[in-house]
Design a protein. Structure first.
Length: 79
């Protein structure tokens, strides 16, 4: 009980203060958002454009948006 807790807490503290841990966590969260949004964005673009955006264009817009978000995560505003 207490002995295990006393060995786990310092390790947990080290992980939680690590900048690398939070960068990886943010990148993973961003990638998860992108993958989730891809499922519905194409349909949303097509349905809300009153026919101006075809199904193919809506798919391309979704891909480019996703690529832009991932590139933004990779470069982190340095570009």
């Amino acid at each position: 009980g207490s002995a295990a807790l006393s060995t786990i807490l310092p390790s947990l503290r080290l992980v939680l203060v690590s900048r690398v841990f939070w960068l990886v966590a943010a990148a993973h969260g961003g990638a998860t958002m992108v993958k989730s949004s891809e499922r519905i964005l194409g349909t949303y673009y097509r349905d809300t454009s009153n026919g101006a955006v075809t199904e193919g264009k809506a798919g391309a817009m979704t891909v480019f948006l996703s690529m832009g978000m991932l590139i933004g995560l990779l470069f982190g505003g340095r570009a």
